[in-house]
Structure formats: structure tokens, C-alpha cells
Design a protein around this ligand. Structure first.
Ligand code: 4AD
Ligand code: MG
Length: 460
């Protein structure tokens, strides 16, 4: 017999008759002649209740089934007389697959997120983390659907690269040299003898590849892991995170902001539709204001405001900030919170940032002071999107690369697409985990990625 998923039993079209259920025991309680076993198989939040009577062959063993052990159950689907579920399974046979001794860390009680991080290999078996990772999966599929429906092509940008897109130097080196005894040249390591014949690193962004492909296929996106060796111990930074990076040819900053707003609104709407039951858990146990926040994200028009005006608002605010701002300051999380949670109470897109705080590739504005950058900020998290119109003018781009202290020769291919048939183009990066934090109300980014990589932590 084929296995029936518990999600199917609880669906609008449940199976009838005999089923085979396979999953893990959440709890068991015994009455005089029956044992009631709650089983979860990860397919949905709800368990299925299995009722085993004392006439069953292995009843002695059934009465010892422990939390965390895995079982196979064949039985009949019947309407449940009990409260809380429409259907239950009247067992005909219950087989223990893998036992779980008392040391199983997920005994029935609530555990802190901090503790569950120390057992990240088991935490997806809890209600909350099961829900988190089902939502994560649905969100990834919604990303591909969103772009597919709009005619964007999916590009696989390389993970190993020789460039530093953000120019921030937060690179994880990739090398095949013997690190204890590397070949030397001058005072340093001779990377010409390394695998690629020069220095290589894990990518911080797929943007540069996406740009090249946008100038060939029109509208494209990349969606993959990116890596940053920034030593940030915050609740919204990890060293390995996933980024969604669309890039559009013949598109200016306004078109870019339109896409960013459309994407966040659409993905949030999709998850609200598809993951109702899992989202409800977060609204009940994690963040009571979550339904209201998500409604605002889906239904409100986002504020669009030049960076300069945001600085004015912050400077004239009643609140005193730990980091005072002026034109040229990078906004801190406290400022982003003020704008999205206190002042506007909804998502805000800031644009036209000072060129001094943004990377080389952003298009210079006519004022010679700002670039056509945009960041999308949301309540509770702050920045979830960073993007820009790209500098498409060869001479200006060359000058920017030099001014950033980078090697122009190395970027010959990036410059080439400006040399041959250049066009205005724009794109952005959406932090996939940041969006998941918004959707679930999770306060810490470590709790929305299966195995978080942070400074000092590489377990699992
Ligand atoms: O603003 P960022 O640095 O932009 C870029 O990397 C551009 N090259 C993207 C592009 O235009 N194609 O990063 C984009 C987003 C941020 O807004 C944030 O949501 C997320 O990536 N992000 C991080 N998420 C988790 N941990 C980190 N350390 C992150 N750094 C950036
Ligand atoms: Mg940014």
C-alpha cells in the first residue's frame, strides 16, 4: 500500500477506507483499553490521532511507544468523536520503525529558540520549525513562479568568483593551496600557482553575472546562496544567505522600485494564501501583530522617499538616536525602525543615496552627489532589498571603478557590455531570509535558515 501523507488526511479531499501512515510519535496517552498516539509526518502542522485497541497483536509494544520514535500504521480512516480533529485512524497494525530513548531532547514541552539552535538537526521536528521550513519551501517556489509568470529567465550565477561585487572586501577566500605552506612571491602568497591561477572567493552577489545576461536576454534573475565574511553579530546577519536578484534591461530606477514593491507584495500574498495554517502558528505564539503587518505589506502603497528627505525627517524627529544622522550617514537599524514603525508605519523605499556610501556600479545622478540607489525597508526588520539603476556609461563607470581602488583590467568583461550596445538597466537583491523574518515574525535570522552560518559557528 502507498503511504498517505497526513496533509492529505486533513485536506478538503480526505481519503476514505484503509490508509498507511508513516511518521514520528509526538505523544501517546493510554486509557483502559486503548492507546491514543499522536503522529506527525512533517507534511503539515496537524498530527493524526491513531487509536489502538488492546486487541492488537503488538499492544504491549504500542503501550511503550516513546515520543520521537518512528512508526508505520495501517488502519481505517474514521470520523473522530473527539474534539480538535475531523478524522482519526483506527489502527489495524502498528509497527515500530526506530525507537527513541528518553534522552530524545524534544520531549513534550516548549523549548527556547536558543536551545533549539543547539539541536538544529532535530528542530525541524517541532511544530514551529516544521512550519518555518514549509513556509521557506513555499516561498522559494513562489519566487520562481513570480518571475516565470513575468517572462524573466533564471540564471545560475557562479558561486566561486574572482570579483567582489559590493567592493566591501568581506570575502571568503577559496583556495586549493596548502595553507600551511603556500608558495610565496615577494612578501605574500603566490596565487598564480593556485587552482584558478589567481585569487578566488565565494560570491557576495550574483549581480554582475545577472547584468551580463540581462543585456542579452532582457529580464533575468538569479536566486542562490551568497557569502559574506562580515563580523556582524546581529539578529539580521548571517555569513551565508540566499539572495533573489532580478536584473532588467531598458529599465530605470522607477521601474526597479515598481518591481521591488510588486515582488514583496506578491510573495507575501502568496504565502498568506498557501500557508494559512503554518502562519497562524506564528500569529498565535510568535508575533500577535503579524496578521496586521502582513495585511499592510500586501495592501498599502509603499512610501517612496529620497534619502535626503529621510535624513530631514530623522533630524527633526522628537526621538534622540544613538547614532545621529546627517547627509552621508549610513542608516542604522534604529533609523530604519523609526521610519517604518513610527513615522510611516508601512514599507518605505528610500532612493538617491549619497555616492560615498554606495558601491561603484550604481548610476551617478546629475547632482554629482547621489547615485540612483534604492533600499526597501520594512517594519520589524529594516532593509530587505538593496538595489539600483546601474552605471551604463563606459567612461563614468571606468572612473568609478578606479576611484573605488579596484583593478579596471580585471573588470574588462563588465566594461565590455557598456562598450557594445549598452542600455540603461536596473536590478536589486532581496534578502530571502530577511523576507522570511517578515513573513513569520521571527526575531532572529538564525531561526529561518536550516543551518545558520555565523561568526564562530559552523556546527551541522
Ligand atoms: O544591499 P546588498 O548588499 O545588495 C547587493 O548585494 C546587490 N549586489 C544586490 C543587487 O543589486 N543585485 O544586499 C541585498 C540584500 C539586503 O537588502 C539584505 O536583505 C540581504 O541582501 N543581506 C543579508 N541578509 C542576511 N545576512 C547578511 N549578512 C546580509 N547582507 C545582505
Ligand atoms: Mg544594502
Amino acid at each position: 500500500m502507498k503511504r498517505t501523507k497526513i496533509a492529505t488526511v486533513h485536506s478538503s479531499n480526505p481519503p476514505s477506507g484503509q490508509v498507511l501512515i508513516k511518521g514520528w510519535v509526538r505523544t501517546r496517552r493510554d486509557s483502559k483499553n486503548f492507546s491514543f498516539i499522536e503522529i506527525n509526518d512533517g507534511s503539515c502542522l496537524k498530527n493524526i490521532q491513531v487509536v489502538a485497541d488492546d486487541g492488537l497483536a503488538a499492544y504491549d509494544q504500542i503501550r511503550k511507544l516513546a515520543t520521537g520514535s518512528s512508526v508505520e500504521v495501517t488502519g481505517e480512516i474514521v470520523a473522530s468523536p473527539g474534539k480538535g480533529q475531523a478524522w482519526e485512524v483506527r489502527a489495524e497494525a502498528v509497527t515500530l520503525v526506530g525507537d527513541a530513548p528518553d534522552s530524545y531532547p524534544l520531549q513534550k514541552k516548549r523549548h527556547s529558540d536558543e536551545f533549539l539552535r543547539t539541536i538544529a538537526h532535530l528542530r525541524p521536528r517541532t511544530n514551529k520549525y516544521g512550519a518555518t521550513f514549509r513556509i521557506r519551501s513555499a516561498l522559494a517556489q513562489a519566487v520562481h513562479r513570480f518571475f516565470g509568470e513575468r517572462g524573466f529567465y533564471y540564471i545560475h550565477s557562479p558561486i566561486i568568483t574572482g570579483s567582489d561585487c559590493e567592493g566591501a572586501g568581506e570575502l571568503f577566500r577559496v583556495t586549493a593551496l596548502d595553507v600551511d605552506n603556500p608558495p610565496k612571491i615577494g612578501g605574500g602568497v603566490d596565487y598564480s600557482q593556485d587552482f584558478f591561477g589567481r585569487e578566488a572567493n565565494l560570491t557576495v552577489s550574483g549581480q554582475l553575472s545577472a547584468e551580463l545576461f540581462a543585456l542579452a536576454l532582457g529580464d533575468v534573475y538569479t536566486f542562490g546562496p551568497t557569502f559574506r565574511a562580515e563580523n556582524s553579530h546581529t539578529r539580521r546577519h548571517v555569513a551565508e544567505f540566499w539572495m533573489v536578484e532580478p536584473e532588467m534591461a531598458f529599465c530605470d530606477l522607477d521601474g526597479n522600485m515598481d518591481l521591488a514593491e510588486d515582488l514583496v507584495r506578491n510573495l507575501t500574498g502568496a504565502i498568506r494564501e498557501q500557508c494559512k495554517e503554518d502562519l497562524d502558528l506564528f500569529a498565535r505564539f510568535v508575533d500577535k501583530s503579524l496578521p496586521q503587518t502582513l495585511q499592510t505589506v500586501v495592501e498599502s502603497d509603499y512610501i517612496r522617499l529620497p534619502y535626503r528627505e529621510a535624513i530631514d525627517i530623522l533630524r527633526s524627529a522628537e526621538k534622540t538616536f544613538e547614532f545621529p544622522v546627517s547627509f552621508g550617514s549610513d542608516l542604522q537599524s534604529e533609523h530604519e525602525k523609526f521610519l517604518t514603525e513610527v513615522h510611516f508605519k508601512k514599507p518605505v523605499i528610500l532612493y538617491d543615496y549619497p555616492k560615498t556610501i554606495k558601491p561603484f556600479y550604481m548610476r551617478a545622478n546629475a547632482d554629482d552627489e547621489t547615485v540612483a540607489a534604492m533600499d526597501l525597508l520594512v517594519p520589524g526588520i529594516g532593509e530587505i532589498i538593496g538595489g539600483s539603476q546601474r552605471e551604463e556609461r563606459l567612461d563614468i563607470l571606468e572612473a568609478r571603478i578606479k576611484a573605488a581602488g579596484m583593478d579596471v583590467e580585471q573588470y574588462w568583461w563588465y566594461l565590455d557590455v557598456r562598450r557594445y550596445g549598452t542600455v540603461p538597466h536596473s536590478g536589486f537583491g532581496l534578502g530571502f531570509e530577511r523576507l522570511l523574518m517578515l513573513l513569520t515574525g521571527a526575531a532572529n535570522i538564525r531561526d529561518v535558515i536550516p543551518f545558520p552560518r555565523t561568526p564562530g559557528s559552523i556546527e551541522f
